[in-house]
Design a protein. Sequence first.
Length: 125
Amino acid sequence: MAKKTTIKLTANFERNLEGIDAFLTEANVAFAYDDLLDTLTETLIPNLESFPALGRPFLNRPVCSVEVSNALARLTKQLQDGELREYLLDDYMVLYAQFGPVIYLLAIKHHRQLSFDFLSLWTKP
């Protein structure tokens, strides 16, 4: 019988959730944070428990520089027998690592948190 998959949240994942809460509150859509927590507990975690390899392999991205190549080599060495995957969940991207029957939720970001505020870059103080 296969071992049950265990999902663990990292400290960074919890900090990301706090950041998302602040981001959504600032955008006057604080209710969306409660929706996210519901989606995590009712969709993401059960899906990963049943299908741990559901996310796309993160390290299969094209390498476009020596720096990225070196970073990926270091990361691959650290992962050893683990796998790094990304899961798109509504407006969020979740990064997780799987080591056998244990999945560590590493990071989560709202897609709008991945953009730049270009207007503020050109505003003079």
